[in-house]
Design a protein around this ligand. Structure first.
Ligand SMILES: Nc1nc2c(ncn2[C@@H]2O[C@H](COP(=O)(O)OP(=O)(O)O)[C@@H](O)[C@H]2O)c(=O)[nH]1
Ligand SMILES: [Mg+2]
Length: 241
């Protein structure tokens, strides 16, 4: 059994060393892949120096900031090529508690996708502005209502896939980025009939600065669910033109 934790990074020099250590100590079978988008703060250099003494750390360096969704796609391809059985998505900023990795690994033996969910037992988000929480919570209800997907936290970025799932859903045809990226992937996994399990997590946002959340991302997500439901083939066709 081989597991790969994919951590996309953009300017994470304060977190990267600690998060990699915290992840690796969870289980001997775990390796980490950092997908760094040429962070100006030198995140990739820190990873490189850690790699000198640890073969369980890997790095994909991309030339520029191409976005979170495409960083995950690149990571998924790496994972498939290198034959990892279980593939995780995780943020670098400790919003996703690494100590839950063993629980994900237990659950993935019985499911195809395990999602760390903020909304499975009430609302478990710490340090988020109320407005942002409200938007995220309403968005999750909206996604569920429109698409029918039985997932309470469809935009969560803490999750674990079985390799077969990523081989089946045609990751080259995932079109959206940001929050919609998570929605689109979950929808495709569900439509293929894979077994999805949500486990409760507590999401802690300890950063005060800017987040990716913007009007554009929210509006994109509002449209994406309709596209997924009714116009997926047409959407793909238009976007590739
Ligand atoms: N490779 C890559 N990573 C990114 C990009 N944007 C954000 N990230 C990383 O994705 C994760 C989540 O981003 P964050 O800004 O914390 O999003 P938020 O928690 O939703 O506000 C963090 O590990 C970031 O470093 C990007 O364009 N490229
Ligand atoms: Mg964050």
């Amino acid at each position: 059994m081989k597991a790969l934790i994919i951590i996309p990074t953009y300017n994470e020099k304060e977190n990267i060393h600690k998060i990699v250590q915290a992840v690796l100590k969870q289980d001997k079978s775990i390796e980490v892949l950092i997908v760094d988008d040429n962070s100006p703060d030198g995140t990739a250099e820190i990873v490189q120096s850690m790699m000198e003494s640890n073969q369980r750390i890997h790095l994909l360096q991309r030339a520029g900031k191409f976005g979170l969704g495409s960083a995950y796609i690149a990571g998924f391809k790496y994972a498939i090529q290198n034959e990892y059985d279980y593939i995780f998505e995780m943020d670098a900023d400790f919003s996703h508690n690494p100590e839950l990795i063993p629980e994900f690994l237990r659950e993935i033996k019985h499911y195809d996708l395990v999602i760390g969910s903020r909304y499975v037992n009430g609302v478990n988000v710490v340090n988020w502005p109320f407005r942002r929480l409200l938007i995220s919570y309403i968005a999750s209800k909206y996604v569920r209502f429109i698409t029918g997907i039985p997932v309470k936290d469809p935009t969560s970025g803490y999750k674990c896939f079985r390799k077969e799932v990523l081989q089946t859903i045609n990751i080259d045809k995932v079109l959206s980025d940001g929050y919609s990226f998570q929605i689109e992937i979950n929808y495709k996994v569900w439509k293929k009939g894979f077994r999805i399990k949500e486990i409760p997590i507590i999401f802690i946002d300890r950063r005060s600065g800017q987040s990716k959340m913007s009007k554009k991302i929210i509006i994109e997500a509002m449209f994406v669910v309709w596209q997924l439901k009714f116009f997926n083939k047409l959407w793909y066709f238009l976007k590739k033109k």
